[in-house]
Design a protein around this ligand. Sequence first.
Ligand code: SAM
Length: 301
Amino acid sequence: MATLGIPQNTIAVLQKYKFNFQKKYGQNFLIDTGVIDRIIEASGITKEDFVLEIGPGIGTMTQYLCERAGEVVAVEIDRNLIPILSETLAEYDNVTVLNEDILKVDINALAWEHTKGKPIKVVANLPYYITTPIIMGLFENRVPIDSITVMVQKEVADRMQVGPGTKDYGALSLAVQYYAKPEIITRVPPNCFIPRPSVGSAVIRLTGHSEAPVHVEDESLMFRVIRASFNQRRKTLVNALNNAPGISLEKEQLQKSLEELGVPATIRGEALSLEQFAELSNIIGKKIGKQRANMEDENGQ
Ligand code: SAM
């Protein structure tokens, strides 16, 4: 294996193909073999695994993945990288490169085609401009996930991992923690990339839950409640939920809901745990159901 993670080798490939970095694609290529080793080790890949890599770049980490995994599919949007990948991955017969936008790929269908339902591992040095849609897309579309081990912006890794009562806590923390267990593996400084990003980075591993960590009657309602709470995070929870889209309860009913949850009426959303959001959405859901039944009675339906 030609080790692309060594800066001189990466530069030689880039020069050979006269490659121009495209800022719009978040292209910051890894040039630190120590960091790549940490990512590979944290992902715990074996020959039994199917791995999806998002944004292989010139194939630096892809080479390591091909050595360790049973099969690798790498999805790269930039067509100028495709001829480079053909050369850098030429010696591997367990990799497929797709020249696609990952946000437009039906990952469920792709995974099913290769694993017939066995959970997959996702490994990537992500393009930071689409970190949240990529991660949430994997979870919300119910792609069978074993783990996601990815490089992200440092602040985003922090947001995924924190709990209530901290400034970084928000809708992303709750969504990620509902689907997976997040663990920050290591911080990565800008000098591990070419070109250097203007922000710090971190590798985070999200291990999919085998069972949902909380009981939720209506997932989409819970996420509406969460989004409404953090859209106006300076307001009290009651005021943030009042008039929020898809939560059709009067203020008084919302106050009663918080009473039932056993928290003060003046509480803010950022103080609630995932368990409390789940319980609150179950309480709100029941009240909305009752309200609807009453209205139907009144209308003689
Ligand atoms: N994995 C390489 C590495 O570590 O050196 C490159 C990582 S670079 C941060 C992100 C990569 O994702 C780039 O190769 C970029 O072209 C690709 N990319 C950006 N947007 C994408 C998209 N929507 N779908 C697929 N790949 C994308």
